[in-house]
Ligand binder design. Structure first.
Ligand code: PRP
Ligand code: MN
Ligand code: MG
Length: 181
């Protein structure tokens, strides 16, 4: 029978490496946001796994809200056209917002989101992205906390999908070209 592992080439980041990185970043965020009114904003759907594990690594109150935006559809390339599928429930006024993302690829999603958030009265807005692809950047995004810089391959797992599949993999892996060719 066909196995999911047949669709993958290299494992880029393991479950264990992710766990260690999340606890490092959480320790830094706990220091940086000490005494501040922190709000985590997860970007659905990719950030679900990062948010779940990162929030539980934080030794402080960390309310979470969610924005659902999508720019990829079923393609492997960002369209650059970002759609809001679900807006925040929370008023950002005076909140210290930390956007939680799975990956910065072209940067278009977060560039758009930062502009969208800019007029909502937050006390501060920063980004934590578990992954970033420096070689894929079309626009520079100021990202305060980065987990791993990775090569410009199409990666899946730990929230990242191809056509809604592979989000439930525990590791981050490179998708074999035969899957999307
Ligand atoms: C993916 C990923 C990031 C974004 C990064 O989301 O989760 O949110 O693309 O790409 P960019 O830097 O080129 O904009 P996607 O639009 O696929 O939606 P999803 O999170 O629901 O999978
Ligand atoms: Mn996403
Ligand atoms: Mg996607």
């Amino acid at each position: 029978a066909a196995e999911i592992s047949d669709d993958l080439t290299d494992i880029l980041v393991t479950e264990e490496q992710i766990r260690e990185k999340l606890s490092e970043v959480a320790a830094q965020v706990a220091v940086d946001y000490d005494g501040k009114d922190l709000l985590l904003v997860g970007v659905l759907k990719g950030a679900v796994m990062v948010m779940a594990d990162f929030a539980r690594a934080l030794p402080m109150h960390a309310p979470m809200d969610w924005m659902a935006v999508s720019s990829y559809g079923t393609s492997t390339k960002s369209s650059g056209v970002v759609q809001i599928r679900k807006d925040l429930d929370t008023d950002l006024h005076d909140k210290h917002v930390l956007i939680v993302e799975d990956i910065i690829d072209s940067g278009l999603t977060l560039h758009w989101l930062l502009e969208n958030f800019a007029s909502r009265g937050a006390a501060s807005i920063e980004i934590f992205s578990l992954l970033r692809k420096p070689d894929a950047a079309k626009v520079e995004v100021p990202c305060k906390y980065v987990g791993f810089d990775i090569p410009n391959d199409f990666v899946v797992g730990y929230g990242l999908d191809y056509a809604e599949r592979y989000r439930n993999l525990r590791d981050v892996a490179v998708l074999a070209p035969h899957v999307y060719a």
